[in-house]
Design a protein around this ligand. Structure first.
Ligand code: 48H
Length: 265
């Protein structure tokens, strides 16, 4: 005789709970205020800021896990660094950190990343993970109005068994937070609508300021944040330090609020 510790719920109820709740949320988020492509530090930060202001936000992430490069600091070593003033974001997220030299701070990657993911979930952002961005929705007049997506496993299968059309999501603004790839900006380049310069060589002292400064609308309806900014505008890379990713995410959220006519707090 098995002791009844758990509620008497069977397989069909478990399956139905997953299918029904997934379908309900997916249907709700076919339309959003802002669609963020990429769930790395810059995308998560932007999403958290926007959802905190009450916007309906969906993050599309091709991996099963969120966090992008924020779990690992560099060279497979899981300590992340930020430079002044980005330690204030670590404070906001309640991530323990220490100052190792003037203006340079170190924290544990897993702690920083999981706190950022947790705060983003708490803010109300929803996620479509294992979902790859495939293309943009462009309207007359050239404004970006959404994104075309597919399941990641579909795009990973051999061509002859992947005859599965993608679906599209509509939104007011798209954020490209896909890191070095700048995947959404690249779709505009493929159509001759924008020219990508490609990421420059490493120069941390210049890079972080420039990335935050250039964060903004690269094309009507499309805001670029994080490393995608360096790729788009040919800015130097910063290496394994994340302050600019966090602050670029925040700046990107401000730009979206401005574009949607929502006043700063
Ligand atoms: C769905 C996609 C797609 C797609 C990519 O790489 P990330 O961590 O990006 P950022 O910009 O938030 O942070 C960059 C940082 O991690 C870094 O690499 C630094 C600071 N490098 C410095 C240097 O000098 O190299 O995250 C991007 C996310 C990832 O989770 C991807 O899986 C996801 O976007 N992604 N998701 N569809 N087509 N492309």
């Amino acid at each position: 005789m098995v002791k009844k510790l758990f509620a008497p719920v069977g397989e069909k109820e478990v399956t139905r709970a997953i299918v029904d709740e997934f379908a309900k949320q997916f249907s709700q988020y076919v339309e959003s205020d802002c669609l963020i492509i990429g769930g790395g530090p810059s995308g998560l930060m932007a999403g958290k800021e926007l959802a905190t202001r009450g916007l309906k936000i969906l993050i599309v992430e091709r991996n099963n896990y969120l966090g992008g490069g924020f779990w690992i600091g560099g060279y497979l070593m899981n300590k992340i660094t930020v430079r002044e003033p980005a330690q204030k974001v670590l404070e906001e997220l309640a991530v323990p950190y220490k100052e190792v030299s003037k203006g340079l701070y170190v924290a544990d990657g897993p702690h920083a990343c999981s706190k950022l993911i947790g705060a983003t979930c708490d803010s109300g952002v929803k996620f479509a993970n294992m979902t790859v961005f495939d293309d943009l929705v462009l309207r007359e007049g050239g404004k970006v109005n959404g994104a075309v997506i597919n399941w990641t496993p579909i795009s990973s299968l051999p061509r002859e068994i992947t005859c599965v059309d993608p679906v599209a999501l509509e939104t007011k603004m798209v954020i490209d937070a896909t890191g070095h790839d700048a995947s959404a900006v690249r779709k505009l380049e493929e159509r001759g609508l924008i020219k990508i310069k490609g990421m420059g060589a490493m120069w941390v002292e210049r890079s972080e300021n420039l990335v935050v400064e250039h964060t903004g609308e690269a094309y009507p309806g499309l805001v670029v944040v994080g490393m995608a900014v360096a790729t788009t505008y040919g800015l130097p890379r910063m290496g394994p330090t994340f302050g600019a990713m966090l602050l670029s995410g925040k700046r990107g959220a401000e730009v979206v609020l401005e574009k949607l006519g929502i006043k700063k707090k």
